[in-house]
Design a protein around this ligand. Structure first.
Ligand code: SAM
Ligand code: SF4
Length: 356
């Protein structure tokens, strides 16, 4: 069972601490397993089996889990993801519900007494339609995925001819005035590693941080091999050869290591999930669109919150039952994933089904 630290009375917040002493602060919520893209490193071209609507958590159920995590355990950051979160109807309604959550004043979180840090990860294709509504609903930060600036390659990688709309979406997000807009770029050797510098330059020109992501073995088609991973060291070397960089110290629990351009043109990040896993600082837990609680992207065990949420238990009893599942799950959070080790087991579900 996860250890709970701190005040233990009914009203007080308690840190949720895993067996390795890591305090859980970050909740990733997948709002749908569906997507309008079919990125080759994530989904197959055809044949995804979507969750039936009845199995997907309602906004009320998602809010219930989120509120419990924030108020009982001092979770201070929530990221909405998927699938593609913007294809879920009325997403701003959920955003407004979550944006209203405040980190308890007696929490040890640096955000104690303040609203949670609410962020969204999106492929950007529909942002021009919904970004202002999302901002007005209280969304704080947006990460937009963009792996290539070449239209033909974009279509090959996402299986959709949507580069122009994504670029427009990025501009719309920048114009909307979020506290942060970042670009996520998965790098796959032989596919888009020739564009590392172009993407870095794109971020410099737009004034947004690009975060390169090492390709992880979570693709539906099982094409991942280690040779396709471009390491953090190589990515940074290639950029620094043209734009000198200095390391920005201490990422804390954030997954990206960051560098500052010495010419003052901002920062760039790399998420080295494969070559330098950051599991030792991981403060994340996840809820899938169908209400399964996971303690790692690569976890092979899920904990069923949905059946508890739908058990019909009244108020406080329901909260306690949900909390019991969460604490039991956190008690099993492992030290780290084992990609590239003989005992690594690929999770049964893919990135889009888990929520990246
Ligand atoms: N659809 C949204 C998007 O693409 O931004 C949100 C969900 S997506 C699963 C979240 C992030 O995971 C994206 O930045 C995507 O590029 C990344 N991703 C997907 N499959 C990946 C893989 N096999 N390795 C590394 N990152 C991956
Ligand atoms: Fe969809 Fe995001 Fe997966 Fe691409 S990475 S297929 S946009 S969920």
């Amino acid at each position: 069972m996860g250890e709970v630290r701190g005040t233990h009375d009914d009203a007080g917040v308690r840190d949720l601490v895993d067996p390795f002493g890591r305090t859980i602060r970050d909740l990733r919520i997948s709002v749908t397993d569906r997507c309008n893209f079919r990125c080759t490193y994530c989904m197959p071209a055809e044949g995804m089996q979507w969750l039936p609507k009845s199995e997907v958590l309602s906004f009320e159920e998602l809010e219930h889990v989120a509120r419990l995590c924030v108020q009982r355990y001092g979770v201070d950051g929530i990221r909405l993801t998927g699938g593609e979160p913007t294809v879920r109807a009325h997403l701003p309604v959920l955003v407004a519900k979550l944006a209203a959550l405040t980190v308890p004043a007696d929490s040890a979180s640096p955000l104690a007494g303040r609203p949670i840090d609410l962020a969204l990860t999106t492929n950007g294709a529909t942002l021009t339609n919904c970004v202002d509504e999302l901002k007005a609903a209280g969304l704080g930060r947006v990460n937009i995925s963009l792996d290539t600036l070449d239209r033909t390659k974009f279509e090959a990688m996402t299986r959709r001819d949507e580069l122009v709309r994504v670029l427009e979406g990025i501009d719309a997000a920048i114009a909307a005035g979020f506290s942060s807009v970042k670009i996520n770029a998965v790098v796959e050797r032989g596919v888009n590693d020739d564009e590392i510098l172009d993407l870095a330059n794109f971020g410099r020109a737009k004034g947004v941080e690009v975060r390169f992501i090492e390709f992880m073995p979570l693709d539906a088609e099982g094409h991942w091999v280690n040779d396709k991973v471009v390491s953090q060291d190589e990515i940074v070397e290639r950029i620094a050869a043209v734009h000198p960089l200095e390391s920005v110290p201490a990422r804390g629990a954030a997954p990206a290591d960051r560098w500052r351009y010495l010419d003052g043109a901002g920062t760039v990040g790399v998420i080295p999930s494969v070559t330098k896993p950051f599991c030792g600082d991981c403060d994340r837990v996840r809820v899938t669109a169908d209400g399964q609680f996971r303690t790692c992207l690569f976890a092979t065990t899920e904990f069923d919150l949905r059946s508890v949420l739908r058990s019909g238990l009244p108020g406080r009893e329901l909260d306690d039952a949900v909390a019991e599942v969460i604490e039991r799950a956190v008690g099993t959070k492992w030290a780290g994933h084992q990609i590239n080790q003989v005992n690594f087991v690929r999770p049964k579900r893919t990135m889009s089904q888990i929520g990246g």
